[in-house]
Design a protein. Structure first.
Length: 313
């Protein structure tokens, strides 16, 4: 079944405000610099590719993606999407109800919880979580509702092509303040691999010093570990300060919706907001409004109205 009808796509091309707001509430954001025609074309391609996934599942009983085999019987229950959607809606004002989700376990991923897949060329989007969650709402340190909301946040923000604050937004879905604050220390697998490699090198150096070469300067390897931890800690503190400052700048204009608006901002926009003087971001917001960018038209239409407020002048 198609996600969008031809009449709906025509309305998107025409810039219909009501439909654009509805799509935004479903986690379908216009990309930075994208106009109505480009957005409609992207939605059409997304629809076509997701239909292709469904057709392949129905005809072949499986769909292969990046070495993974996804099967119809492993599809995530839509009821669980509803539960996760309540969380993303309360935080970011969207509920993703259109992306396929599956239970599967990648090879050699012992601590794997879940991940989202997005192809920037053909806009195919889907996500997976660990098979253990098919039978239990918890596994190890992971909570199923939180994990689903985390991955659906990535799904919705894919169009923004963001990286710097991506995990910071996704971890806002965490139950505990500790995870919300520190969960985004690692932005990617490479961060964790670099830290692990530095620790392994230290261990190897210590064994080598004790067993073979007493002259090895092990302190250099300690510096490597300390430098890696220090880099991650400083970067995390810096992005946290920028995130908080940017959210603060948006509050006078958008009130309780400041986080939802920030969630629709690019990395560059978050940093621009953070660098503004500690006052309402009226001039910056007026510039966004004057730009006529579709993404910001939708943001202003949804959130200034819902907040019962307009950007301060």
């Amino acid at each position: 079944m198609a996600l969008f009808t031809e009449s709906e796509l025509a309305l998107v091309r025409a810039g219909d405000a009501t439909l654009l707001a509805t799509l935004d509430a479903r986690g379908l954001f216009p990309a930075p610099g994208e106009d109505a025609a480009g957005f409609a074309s992207r939605l059409e391609m997304l629809d076509r590719n997701l239909t292709g996934v469904e057709d392949t599942l129905r005809e072949q009983g499986r769909y292969e993606l990046s070495g993974l085999v996804l099967k119809p019987e492993d599809r995530i229950d839509p009821v669980l999407f509803t539960e996760a959607g309540e969380l993303t809606d309360s935080l970011f004002a969207f509920r993703v109800d259109w992306v396929p989700g599956f239970y599967t376990d990648p090879h050699h991923a012992w601590l794997f919880g879940g991940c989202a897949f997005f192809d920037p060329d053909d806009f195919l989007t889907l996500f997976i979580i660990r098979k253990s969650f098919a039978k239990s709402p918890r596994w190890f340190l992971y909570d199923r509702r939180e994990l689903l909301a985390h991955e659906l946040t990535h799904v919705a923000r894919n169009a923004l092509r963001a990286e710097r604050f991506e995990e910071r937004f996704a971890y806002q879905t965490a139950k505990t303040a500790f995870r919300r604050s520190l969960g985004s220390v690692f932005r990617s697998q490479s961060d964790s691999f670099i830290l692990l490699a530095s620790v392994l090198l230290l261990v190897c150096a210590q064994f080598t010093q004790v067993l073979f070469l007493a002259w090895i300067p092990v302190w250099l390897f300690w510096l490597g570990v300390g430098g890696t931890v220090g880099r991650l800690a400083f970067r995390h503190w810096q992005t946290g300060a920028e995130f908080a400052a940017a959210r603060y700048r948006l509050r006078p204009a958008f009130g309780a919706h400041a986080l939802a608006v920030l969630c629709r901002c690019t990395d560059a926009e978050v940093r621009e907001l953070a660098d503004l003087p500690p006052a309402p971001a009226a001039a910056w917001l007026e510039a966004r409004k004057a730009s006529g960018e579709l993404r910001w038209q939708v943001i202003f239409a949804r959130f200034t109205t819902e907040a019962g407020d307009q950007p301060h002048s």
